[in-house]
Design a protein around this ligand. Structure first.
Ligand SMILES: Cc1cc2nc3c(=O)[nH]c(=O)nc-3n(C[C@H](O)[C@H](O)[C@H](O)COP(=O)(O)OP(=O)(O)OC[C@H]3O[C@@H](n4cnc5c(N)ncnc54)[C@H](O)[C@@H]3O)c2cc1C
Length: 466
């Protein structure tokens, strides 16, 4: 089997196929594994993630994948979400021993950064979501935006800004008026309502690249190969059947089955033009729009942040991660490395790196007062202009299943149809689904896909069969 692409989709399909007893050859264009969820070393020697990546307790397949490749203990889960207002006031959300969907009600009631009118409006809307099992009928067409739905459910302006937007823009990397309400509502159902632990934030305590060390072993140990700097230039097709792939060095390789796990804007360029024109599955990929994420890396000479991470309200900066603490740097470590994340960062794309750093530093001053005595030693901005596909109304119709219309070719990638947005969980689901589709084709079906966390408490009665 040949797998093209060493991001999470390619790695998870390759590991699953290897576990099923197949010899896999994984070809990755870059010098490292992980794709968009990778890390690398800067010229100054700092090991940085492409961007901070977090997982949630409800990401059952990513958790399964990390376990398979021996990386599960490199993810630390946090039970408390800490929010900061621009004046520095903090508010926490966490779970209490009450049956879902009431498990977060106590911390929500005490949350100081929302007023009673906001909380009442939010509670009403959350109850509507919970009682519909995460699927209110009025959004079933896939044409309603999240903002439309929130306005229909009479959310206050502050509830939208300080609650719905804060969670959804970072979970889905898109603005509320461009999100299919089904995706938005699913986030609340899976992470915050139906289970007690779905909202827990999992953060790697090592650079992302170290999470994939066990993948090579899982593939090579079963007779396969992982090749880096091994870009594929084209997929050869004869009468609707894939017959081989051509590598960038001109060599041609053949296999019984091929999995492509490259981004959706790259796949059509690898296929013969007439095949793309003929097959709507490939032609329609151009309809999937993408949205940007900006990461800002700041190194200070002093410690200015005590918390492991913070969500910032009413500011351009959305999340601040205390990388020094997350990587286990104790009190003896000098200085501090913070990573800031801004999702759906359309406004930042045209701005200069210096401007972005100054904007973020200004916002941090209110929230982390210690910054006034600290010196910024170094700052880097990473703009990912096509970070994820946009979960816009109608986007599902362009997401293909993992079995392609070409014999021998299977598709993986966060953009293929998984029901999940563009996330690491979505990528792993796609990889498992591609492997399952191949194994069915071979006549030796096997399940890799893990189910969602089972609904608990009152939500057990409201949950619907998928
Ligand atoms: C800035 C940023 C922040 C994010 N934050 C989060 C987060 O916090 N949580 C979360 O769950 N998700 C997050 N995501 C999304 C997540 O990274 C992706 O959904 C996921 O990694 C996609 O995996 P993939 O394997 O589908 O694609 P990719 O990771 O894009 O992998 C595709 C691979 O194919 C390779 N490739 C391309 N062309 C060729 C070729 N011709 N030959 C061989 N190989 C090729 C690429 O080099 C790459 O390694 C973030 C994404 C970005 C960009």
């Amino acid at each position: 089997m040949i797998v093209i692409g060493g991001g999470l989709a390619g790695l998870s399909s390759a590991v699953a196929l290897a576990e099923a007893g197949h010899r896999v050859r994984l070809l990755e264009k870059r010098p490292h594994l992980g794709g968009r969820a990778a890390s690398y070393v800067l010229p100054g020697g700092e090991h940085v993630d492409n961007c901070q990546h977090v997982t949630l307790g409800c990401c059952t397949n990513l958790e399964d994948f990390y376990r398979r490749v021996g990386a599960a203990d490199k993810i630390r889960f946090f039970d408390q979400l800490l929010f900061a207002a621009p004046d520095g006031r903090r508010g926490a959300m966490e779970s209490f021993p009450l049956p879902p969907p009431l498990h977060m009600a106590l911390s929500f009631a005490r949350f100081p950064l929302l007023g009673w009118a906001d909380k009442l409006a939010i509670a009403r809307a959350l109850l509507t979501i919970a009682r519909s099992g995460g699927r209110p009928v009025e959004i079933s067409t896939g044409s309603v935006t999240m903002l439309d739905w929130l306005q229909k459910h009479r959310q206050t302006e502050r509830a939208i800004r300080r609650f719905w937007e804060v969670i959804l823009v970072s979970a889905l990397d898109e603005e509320l008026d461009r999100i299919d309400a089904r995706y938005g509502i699913d986030v609340f159902w899976k992470a915050f309502l139906s289970t007690r632990g779905g909202y827990r934030v999992g953060i790697p305590c090592v650079p992302l690249g170290e999470l994939y060390e066990g993948c090579r072993e899982a593939i090579v140990g079963r007779g396969g190969e992982v090749l880096l700097r091994a870009g594929v230039r084209g997929i050869q097709v004869t009468r609707n059947q894939v017959t081989g792939i051509e590598r960038e060095d001109g060599s041609v390789e053949t296999a019984d089955y091929y999995v492509t796990a490259v981004p959706q804007d790259i796949l059509p360029a690898l296929l013969p033009a007439d095949v793309v024109e003929r097959e709507a599955v490939f032609l329609n990929l151009r309809n999937l729009r993408t949205s940007p994420i900006t990461g800002v890396h700041l190194w200070f000479d002093k410690k200015i942040m005590g918390e492991p991470f913070l969500t910032m309200l009413d500011s351009t900066t959305q999340w601040v991660f205390n990388k020094t603490q997350l990587y286990g740097g104790g009190a003896a470590t000098e200085g501090q490395y913070l990573q800031l994340v801004i999702s759906a960062s359309y406004n930042l794309v045209p701005r200069s790196r210096q401007e972005i750093i100054e904007l973020c530093l200004n916002e941090l001053r209110g929230v982390l007062p210690g910054i006034r005595e600290a010196k910024l030693l170094k700052g880097t901005v990473v703009k990912e202009t096509s970070a994820t596909f946009s979960p816009a109304p109608g986007s599902d119709q362009w997401r293909p299943a993992q079995k392609s219309p070409l014999a021998g070719l299977f598709l993986a990638g966060d953009w293929t149809f998984t029901g999940w947005p563009s996330t690491m969980e979505g990528a792993v689901r796609s990889g498992y689904l591609a492997a399952e589709a191949i194994l069915s084709d071979v006549g030796a079906p096997r399940k890799f896909l893990r189910p969602d966390l089972p609904a608990e408490g009152l939500c057990r009665f409201w949950a619907r069969e998928s």
